[in-house]
Write a protein that binds this ligand. Structure first.
Ligand code: ACM
Length: 770
């Protein structure tokens, strides 16, 4: 057999079994009573004989008024997830048959977030030195309840002594790129508390929107709170501009702060300077460097607009921070500092004059001057400044805390300089990055950061000297929302990865155990369901890899699950797999046509709704963009189409530096023609200094061409002129003959012509036999 014969016979393709995402489809798994499924894992847990029954008659007894809030939270969780209305009363002593919450003066030596939980057949007692510890005890107690709304729930007898590893257990949400309602923010805060997280970093200002009411500067929200989305999404049915707006009033912010405080969550507000400032400068042009007016940006990436460095702008920023500290009582205020490319400052004679006037060395020194000035202001208000790791450049303010996002190096450098650090590296803790390579992932940024990678992250670098390690306050996951038009997408990004973050943030390093975490995860998914949290199903999907044999109309099928759950059951006739269906033992040969359905089973129940995939002669001849490789893969994004303004939109995998797709080893024997379906999107990316990396082949005709080559540097197999615009549905379908070509070829598919102001994106490619 020749190599090309081999390639033809064994065209390896990886395709995703389409999982029907449905949060309601999770089935019940019963936790073994000897193995409580707690996330995060507690410091110490000792099982004791027997169990304590909770039923509608069980009372919650508060022994101290300070214990009341945690007891009420517990009752609220139980009412919500188990439909059990437990009564609260204040009483003396540890009465039998009740759940007790008490502030324990003997626990005075413990940390305020520590708690003890004792359950025996007579009673359950949550005790802590401080209401914070009591809340975490309440969460653990709630997690111990078996799922479901049975009338009688059995708690295992045990003793837990628990305390967090890190003081900063954070989640950042970007409310600037896409806006979340107050109710949605509260849902996120609830979920944070249930993961024992305590710091909510609220990204409130950016190029694409200013989201916090500032009384002295109403245009920040009136003007800066609205943008016209790019492309069709920015037009109403009549074709008129349709702005995307949103901001939080100060009253709403006070409400959110109160809500968070009840959950012992501190909010760290972020006002980003000197970059990410387009919305503010649009509202008040005198704050900017350029004379030309701006618009609130509808493009993602790195905008080059910076605040200017006039004294009046510094006063503006101080006035804004003045209102911010009046709203947020927490110790920290975040001032951004990230991605402030200095082109405008370099080009501005006035900024250069200010650099000389203020006696700073250069533009980095100018940024450092600004950050130091803001720190002085914040310190006078008894607050601490925190910023992204770029605030190291040009010199850190004396007391600044650094949030390390460009890897952990900035964090190491800051800790070595004696500064506190929060680790938040984009490589491990950016939850807007995709979590699997499933075709069911919503839009997002690769690289892929799967659950295991989040779990594996260690915030205290081995490279850091022992005497510097206490500077690592903790860790934080960040959710940037460029690609999250809906709250469902935010939830998909956050859950279940937040569970992995929580275990690193809370549990002792030596207690962490990936296999144990994966085993406890199904119970956590049940809690998510009970709380109405729309977690990502993609990590739990069954994936299929095919070795296709078109000539024999068969495929060899391999099934897997990204988390390695061992029990995969499948059917091939389209029927619903059950615990009695064929167990997957290894690759199997399948005659086509067939309808493959598969799911992971835990304790005899499917972990998600079964994934379905139809395989037939036609499906072997067709690939969606998700099933193709990127030719160079410089910056692949999973992009949402720009329209329609409301409702479902197509999603495309595209490399925005070089939109080009590759079908590796496509079997062209007997193929007569090729068909390409493509969409068109505005090129809404600001690339700043990366602009030269944007590649495209010049167009030979007015609107450019679709080109298909045998290998990207190989011969052209087809060239088809492109129309000026897509059809009414936003797509085009182009066909071309492929008569002279045989054998396995790496089909390279791209569109010539400038990708600005709009680019063609591949949706599907199909081969048609002779
Ligand atoms: C960042 O991701 N620009 C902090």
């Amino acid at each position: 057999m020749t190599i090309s014969d081999c390639l033809r016979r064994v065209a390896l393709i990886t395709l995703t079994v389409l999982a029907m995402a449905s949060a309601g489809a999770m089935a019940t798994t019963s936790a073994a009573p000897s193995d409580p499924m707690l996330i995060p894992a507690p410091v110490s847990m000792q099982r004791l004989p027997g169990s304590f029954l909770v039923d509608p008659a069980t009372q919650i007894v508060v022994l101290d008024p300070q214990a009341r809030a945690a007891a009420e939270q517990f009752a609220a969780f139980v009412a919500r997830t188990h439909r059990l209305q437990l009564k609260l009363r204040e009483a003396e002593g540890a009465n039998k048959g009740a759940i007790h919450f008490r502030i324990d003066p003997k626990a005075i030596g413990t940390a305020p977030e520590s708690y003890t939980l004792e359950i025996d057949p007579q009673r359950a007692i949550v005790s802590a030195r401080d209401p914070r510890g009591l809340l975490y005890g309440a969460v653990t107690l709630w997690q111990l309840l078996p799922p479901g709304d049975a009338r009688s729930l059995s708690l295992p007898a045990l003793r837990i002594d628990d305390t967090p590893r890190f003081a900063w257990r954070g989640l950042m949400l970007d409310s600037a790129r896409h806006f979340q309602t107050v109710d949605q923010i509260k849902q996120m805060l609830d979920a944070m508390a249930l993961h024992k997280l305590n710091t909510f970093h609220w990204h409130l200002t950016d190029d694409q929107g200013w989201r916090i009411e500032i009384k002295q500067y109403p245009k920040l929200t009136e003007v800066g709170g609205c943008r016209i989305p790019a492309g069709d999404g920015g037009l109403d049915a009549a074709g008129k501009p349709k702005p995307y707006c949103g901001y939080y009033t100060q009253e709403q912010i006070r409400d959110v702060v109160r809500y968070a405080a009840a959950l012992h969550i501190t909010i760290v507000p972020e006002i980003d300077v000197p970059g990410h400032a387009t919305a503010a400068i649009t509202a008040y042009p005198q704050l900017g460097v350029l004379d030309t007016p701006l618009v609130v940006s509808n493009e993602w990436g790195v905008n080059t607009n910076l605040f200017n460095v006039e004294e009046s702008t510094f006063v503006f920023l101080e006035n804004v921070l003045g209102e911010v500290v009046a709203l947020f009582p927490g110790a920290y205020v975040h001032v951004g500092g990230d991605e402030a490319v200095k082109d405008q400052w370099k080009a501005s004679a006035r900024v250069q004059e200010r650099i000389r006037e203020l006696g700073v060395k250069d533009e980095a020194g100018m940024q450092s001057y600004l950050i130091k000035r803001l720190e002085k202001y914040l310190v006078a208000k008894h607050r601490r400044l925190i910023g992204w790791d770029e605030i190291l450049e040009g010199g850190l303010p004396e007391e600044a805390t650094v949030m390390s996002w460009r890897g952990i190096e900035g964090g190491i450098e800051a800790a070595n300089q004696g500064h506190d650090v929060v680790m938040s590296p984009s490589s491990e803790l950016y939850f807007d990055y995709l979590q699997t390579d499933s075709a069911n992932e919503p839009p997002g940024r690769p690289a892929t950061i799967p659950l295991k990678q989040v779990y594996a992250f260690e915030p205290v670098p081995a490279a850091l000297a022992a005497d510097k390690r206490s500077h690592i306050l903790g860790l934080q996951a960040n959710v940037w929302t460029e690609h999250m038009r809906t709250f469902a997408r935010v939830q998909h990004a956050v859950f279940p990865r937040i569970a992995a973050l929580a275990e690193t943030a809370w549990s002792p390093a030596q207690k962490k155990n990936w296999d144990g975490f994966v085993a406890r995860l199904p119970a956590q998914l049940q809690r998510y369901q009970a709380m109405g949290i729309g977690y990502a199903q993609t990590p739990f999907e069954v994936r299929s890899t095919l070795v296709e044999d078109r000539k024999r109309n068969r495929a060899e099928v391999s099934l897997s699950n990204s988390l390695g759950y061992p029990d995969i059951r499948y059917t091939t006739d389209g029927s619903e797999p059950s615990a009695g269906s064929t167990a997957y033992k290894g690759p199997f040969s399948l005659a086509l046509p067939a309808e493959l359905r598969a799911a992971v089973f835990v304790d005899g129940k499917p972990l998600t709704q079964a994934a379905t995939r139809k395989l037939d002669a036609a499906s072997l001849l067709s690939r969606s963009d998700e099933e193709l490789a990127m030719c160079t893969g410089a910056l692949m994004l999973r992009l949402e189409d720009d329209g329609p303004a409301d409702g479902e939109r197509a999603i495309f995998n595209a490399d925005i530096f070089n939109p080009c797709w590759e079908w590796k080893a496509a079997d062209l024997d007997g193929i007569a023609s090729i068909e390409v379906r493509a969409g068109r999107m505005p090129y809404y990316f600001q690339l700043a200094h990366d602009e030269p990396a944007r590649k495209f082949k010049p167009a030979a005709s007015a609107n450019g061409e679709l080109e298909i080559r045998a290998g990207c540097d190989g011969a052209a197999l087809a060239t088809v002129p492109l129309p000026a615009a897509p059809d009414a549905d936003g797509f085009i379908t182009l066909k071309a003959p492929l008569e002279a070509t045989t054998g396995a070829q790496n089909l390279c598919i791209f569109f010539t012509g400038d990708t600005r102001p709009a680019m063609w994106v591949l949706d599907r490619v199909t081969l048609h036999p002779k």
